[in-house]
Ligand binder design. Sequence first.
Ligand code: 4AD
Length: 501
Amino acid sequence: MLARRFLSTSASLPPTIRQLLAAPPSTYAPAIHVNGWVKSIRRQKKVAFAVITDGSSEPGLQAVFTDINLAKQLTNGASVKLRGELVDSRGAGQAKELQVAEAEVHGECDPETYPMQKQALTVEYLRDHCHLRARTREIGAMLRLRDSTTRAIHNYFEVGLPLLSSDVQSHYRQDNGFIHVHTPIITSNDCEGAGETFRIAPSSSEPSCRSASPPSSDAKPSDYFNHPAYLTVSSQLHLEAVATALSRVYTLSPCFRAERSQTSRHLAEFWMLEAEWAFTSSLDELCTVVENAIRHVLRTHSTSPDMDALWKQHPSAPAQARRDELHSYASASRPWTRLTYTDAINILSAHHAATGAFVFPPVWGSGLQSEHERWLAEQHARGPVFVTDYPAAMKPFYMRMNDGCAPDRQTAACFDLLVPGMGELVGGSLREERAGLLEKALERHGLDKSDYGWYLDLRRYGGAPHGGFGLGFERLISWMSGIESVRECIAMPRWAGRMLL
Ligand code: 4AD
């Protein structure tokens, strides 16, 4: 009864096509309205068929016009409002169809000039038309996958796989105790120290915001904040500040990196899931939280029509095989491999000595190359693998130094999660909570201590052992869906040399 009211009450939002297709027949109002865009149209002598989509699901809704005059104005891409009756379909392939009684065109679409013609459109063509590409099946499915992944992430931190022991969990109604916070996009420092920040300034020396007074009336653009300002490369340092008050926090935020790498894994603007929590001294605990988070997301998608549709794009990896593979990673009975960087180098070196497999011989003290990362995940671990305790010299200043290392083998308490087909998906570490050692690390990295006074304060006043991680959201989408490049895992990609709108 409730559903019937929902479907027919004009004051409420009308149902989407996904909702209509999922609703049991008893809930249909006698006549319904559907708004959407014409995906395809096929005219016969006495009848016309159109597929209408509103982006809520794929495939759209089949509309049948027994009065072909009603379909006259319809062209691919036009936006329309149809009224009719939803009935069980007589055709194969869909359960329901709309018998159209009235049709109205909201917006015409010239079939001669419409850039999204029906023939196969190349990835590059779609990148050139990214204002229109959300209309394609793949990008539509990807955007819905981003949505469901975001929801799964929030759900994980709220109630997801147990992070707490089961007795505590039941007492607190499965509350994992993480608090979602918002961190600034404009920052005063380069968290990763890799020199990949975008520096920002107002577009003119005039104040661009009326309510804010500039530092002085003749301020130059760069003086707006009285300090150099950058777009954030990572929310970590700010999350650390909040974690020293709220204990367990996370955020899903945009990050910006002036990367020059033209790879399928790098964007100039991407989204990162970052979590940070106090009172941990255990790298294993960090890895477990990451492992459980990704497992939770994979399980949420174990039956996802959008994921199925995306997998089907890749005939080399049949959808069922891909589903089985991800399902096996989601299973708690198969813990993900964890090994130290030193062990990884030894394993890679032995393999290289036996087969000469790598272009870059693995060497202790050098970063793992993409070919090493993928071999470790795909051939050695045959699944996601955490590589821990990298040499400190190749890592940012904030990572906690491991105790008891040989002077020439100093490592940091950190990890990267490498996954098959992708390489690095997550990076994290314990943070250096000892103020004295942190100051030395800032010096070693040539960073100005005065810029990090507030960060040192977090250690000076009630500092606590803590740690966290960052997960590349587009890389997660790419890995789960089989979409080859992260450039197709975000609506409007930006990378060096490309920003169309
Ligand atoms: O390893 P990264 O640089 O770690 C950090 O930024 C930490 N401060 C995070 C933390 O501990 N809170 O980046 C984390 C992840 C990478 O593993 C990768 O998945 C993704 O962010 N990432 C990118 N994704 C797309 N385009 C880029 N340019 C990326 N750079 C990093």
